[in-house]
Write a protein that binds this ligand. Structure first.
Ligand SMILES: NC(=O)c1ccc[n+]([C@@H]2O[C@H](COP(=O)([O-])OP(=O)(O)OC[C@H]3O[C@@H](n4cnc5c(N)ncnc54)[C@H](OP(=O)(O)O)[C@@H]3O)[C@@H](O)[C@H]2O)c1
Length: 298
C-alpha cells in the first residue's frame, strides 16, 4: 500500500539514504522537512524549509499533508558536543520529539524514531530490545527521554535503536570509518579505544530495516546493528585489513570521547528484528568490502 511519508531532518546522512531507498524500492510518496534549502524534489509542495524546532511550521506542514508515517532523522548526534551544549542537544533530541509525538497523536500517524545503544550503561552489553536503559552520558539521556515520551504517549510508535553507523555514500561529516580511512590512507597514526565495544551497523541495513518496519507496520522497540561485536580498536584493524592499509599505524587508547562517559560493553542484539523482518544484518567483512567498492569504485 502506498503511504505518505514525511522525513524530518531530510538533509542528514540517514535521511538521504532512506529517501533514496524508499524512492527506488516503494510506491510511497515522500515529503521532506529540512532546515537546509536543498532541492529534494521537483514537486515543491512536498518540501518545506523549516528548522525542526519551529514547532508551528512543523505542525502546519504535517496538518497540511496528513502523513501516514513520520520519520525523525533529525537529531544532535555528537556525543562529546552534547556534554558541552546540553541545551541544544536536549532541544533537538527531546523537544523536537515531543512536538512530533503531539502531532502523531492527533493525526494518528506512525512515528518512527532513531535511538542508540548509548541508552545503556555498558556493564553487560550487547543488549536486547527489552533491556531497561541506564544511560551514562548526556546524549544517551536525551535519547532515553525521547524513547520514554513517545512510548508512553503513542500506540503507533517505533523506536529503532542503532549502533555507530558506517558505510554512508553521501556523508559530508567525518564518520569514524571515514576518519580511519583518511588517516590510514595517508600513513597517519590512528588512536582508537580497545576498551569500548559495540557492533557497528552497516548503513544500508538500517535503511532496509526502516523500510520493512513501515511496510509491516511494526511498533515497539527494534534493535539494529552489525553481525560482529568487537572493540573500536579491532574495528580499525579490520578496516586496515580490508582496505590494505598498515595496521602498525593503529594504536590502543582508553577512551577518546573526552568529557563523555561511554558504555564499555555497548552494542545491540538484533535477533528480534531479524526474526520479525526475515533479514540478516551484514557482517563486518561484507560491509567493509562493500564500502571499499562503493568508496573507491574497484
Ligand atoms: N550516525 C550514527 O552513527 C548514529 C548512531 C545512533 C543513532 N543515530 C541517530 O540517527 C539519527 C540520524 O543520524 P545521522 O547520522 O543521519 O545524523 P546527521 O547526519 O547528523 O543528521 C541529522 C540532521 O538533523 C538536523 N540537525 C542536526 N543538527 C542540527 C541543528 N543544530 N539544528 C538543526 N537541525 C539539525 C539536520 O537536518 P536538516 O538540516 O535537514 O534539518 C541534520 O542533517 C539521529 O537522531 C542520530 O542521533 C545516529
Amino acid at each position: 500500500m502506498s503511504k505518505k511519508i514525511l522525513i524530518i531532518g531530510a538533509s542528514g546522512d540517514l535521511a538521504m539514504s532512506l529517501s533514496k531507498l524508499l524512492l527506488t524500492e516503494t510506491e510511497h510518496t515522500i515529503y521532506y522537512l529540512s532546515s537546509k534549502n536543498i532541492k529534494f524534489t521537483e514537486d515543491e509542495s512536498r518540501f518545506i524549509q523549516a528548522h525542526p524546532l519551529e514547532v508551528k511550521n512543523v505542525k502546519n506542514f504535517c496538518f497540511n499533508i496528513l502523513p501516514d508515517v513520520i520519520i525523525n532523522c533529525s537529531g544532535f548526534s555528537d556525543v562529546i558536543q552534547a556534554e558541552e551544549n546540553r541545551k541544544l542537544a536536549w532541544d533537538l533530541n527531546v523537544r523536537v520529539v515531543e512536538n512530533l509525538v503531539n502531532i502523531s497523536k492527533i493525526l494518528s500517524s506512525h512515528l518512527i524514531l532513531i535511538s542508540s545503544d548509548l541508552v545503556f550503561d555498558g556493564l553487560k552489553g550487547p543488549y536486547y530490545d527489552d533491556t531497561k536503559p541506564n544511560p551514562l552520558n548526556y546524549y544517551g539521556k536525551t535519547k532515553h527521554t525521547a524513547e520514554n515520551i513517545s512510548i508512553s504517549s503513542l500506540n503507533k510508535v517505533t523506536i529503532i535503536r542503532t549502533t555507530p553507523l558506517y558505510g554512508h555514500p553521501f556523508s559530508e561529516k567525518n564518520t569514524f570509518l571515514d576518519d580511519y580511512i583518511y588517516k590510514l590512507f595517508r600513513n597517519y597514526r590512528v588512536d582508537v579505544s580497545d576498551f569500548l565495544f559495540t557492533n557497528p551497523c552497516y548503513f544500508d541495513d538500517l535503511t532496509i530495516t526502516i523500510m520493512k518496519i513501515i511496510d509491516r507496520e511494526l511498533y515497539g522497540v527494534f534493535n539494529t546493528g552489525g553481525a560482529d561485536w568487537l572493540s573500536h580498536y579491532d574495528f580499525a584493524v579490520k578496516v586496515a585489513d580490508i582496505f590494505g592499509y598498515n595496521k602498525k599505524l593503529i594504536h590502543k587508547i582508553k577512551n577518546p570521547f573526552k568529557g563523555a562517559k561511554m558504555p564499555l560493553k555497548a552494542g545491540l542484539i538484533t535477533l528480534k528484528t531479524e526474526t520479525n523482518l526475515s533479514f540478516r544484518f551484514t557482517s563486518l567483512e561484507n560491509g567493509l568490502t562493500a564500502c571499499k567498492f562503493k568508496f573507491f569504485d574497484k
